[in-house]
Design a protein around this ligand. Structure first.
Ligand SMILES: [Zn+2]
Ligand SMILES: [Zn+2]
Length: 82
């Protein structure tokens, strides 16, 4: 059984909380605190959430899309060997 990991690409981009569309996490509803890691979901527009909250949101709400992505990636890999 192959193990697939999900690499979320990104670089850190400091932002002040005043410039954000929402100042609390869309997933756990807690206010963002100093030096929290935040991100947005690539599959829907729930708004900003903690990085770790977004990871569980992705697995919970978008597992089908993620599996589709994994399949697509595997197909691509197959083709590059030909
Ligand atoms: Zn959260
Ligand atoms: Zn989402």
């Amino acid at each position: 059984m192959l193990t697939d990991v999900l690499w979320r690409e990104g670089w850190l981009k400091p932002l002040s909380i005043e410039s954000l569309p929402n100042d609390s996490c869309s997933v756990c509803k807690k206010d963002f605190e100093n030096l929290d890691f935040i991100t947005s979901c690539e599959f829907c527009d729930i708004g900003l959430s903690h990085d770790s909250c977004c990871n569980s949101h992705l697995i919970k709400s978008h597992i089908d899309q993620i599996e589709a992505k994994i399949e697509k990636h595997k197909e691509k890999k197959l083709h590059s060997f030909q």
